[in-house]
Write a protein that binds this ligand. Sequence first.
Ligand code: SAM
Ligand code: SF4
Ligand code: SF4
Length: 337
Amino acid sequence: MTGTILDQLNRPMKDLRISVIDQCNFRCTYCMPAEIFGEDYAFLPPDQLLSFDEIVELTKSFVKFGVEKIRITGGEPLMRKDLHLLIQRLHQVDGIKDIAVTTNGVFLVRQAKKLKEAGLNRVNISLDAIEDEVFKETNGRGIKTKPVLKGIEAAREAGLDVKINMVVKKGMNESQILPMARYFKDTGDTLRFIEFMDVGNHNGWNMDAVVPKKEIIEMIHEEMPLEPVDAAYYGEVADRYRYKGATSEIGVISSVTEAFCSSCTRIRLSADGQLFTCLFATEGYDLKEKLRSRASIEEIENWLIDLWTGRNDQYSVDRSKEKPKDKRKIEMSYIGG
Ligand code: SAM
Ligand code: SF4
Ligand code: SF4
């Protein structure tokens, strides 16, 4: 059965990203600006979220398409009640070799050990500045770095593989590129810089606010010489560099200045069961409806084969071309990174 589905695919499906909740305790200015996501913003009610049973069922199908890696994201995934129970069940799905979570880190102090014991392998922790005054602005909630740094420590102590994600936006935190590189070079954690992207409709993105990969690398290389490292696997999104004479690495995700759509192997499932083949999509495919209307697994898998083989997303390649501006894109807080 596995062979037959894989044989029909024109590109591998490797990386399943599951958003488990669309809510968050932060209001990062580049993701959920507080003026839009205010007190009266309507997030998804719990009964609209996919249940753990449904997520596990769907994951078993995705494995037949080649998925081996799962990334749990959000919103803030650690706000989903009993997340460790979901991880535990996903860990038991045959064929799943790697489970990661992307989180803002503040709930890790309480949850890291439990998540690791449940089968979590890796955690990407977002931190956009090492200086409190800058971080308080970027997270939109006046939160200092300490709770995140404690979360990072808790993840390390629990034995999780840790990477740090820093979104770089001109005028927001480019002053933090070097201080963050120095800090994490010493701790040995891989720091990944992410070019500010035009996800969603509310973050005021424009090309002038993007600090290109090239500038980030040059800035660091001048003080702390770097050498490139080969990609670890097909479709790896971060370009990797190692500090000369050291083992610690940095990565840069340059989805704006160097698009990598042709090797995109990711598929995304929203918290309410919509499926997206691109982060910049305007609409998804209603997998929850299929599941709840009792379509057979075979019907769902055939539908998935058509959807995957028919995908022609290349938003990042087309970004610079003139496009109609009337379509609303999905939000990062809804679909995760
Ligand atoms: N709340 C979790 C967190 O912040 O890690 C998980 C969800 S968050 C949407 C996933 C990732 O997307 C984070 O690393 C975040 O920094 C990144 N992100 C959000 N908005 C972005 C944007 N406009 N451009 C680039 N990366 C963005
Ligand atoms: Fe929340 Fe993550 Fe978005 Fe920040 S980037 S607002 S932590 S979902
Ligand atoms: Fe994949 Fe869409 Fe990003 Fe291109 S723009 S790499 S297709 S998610």
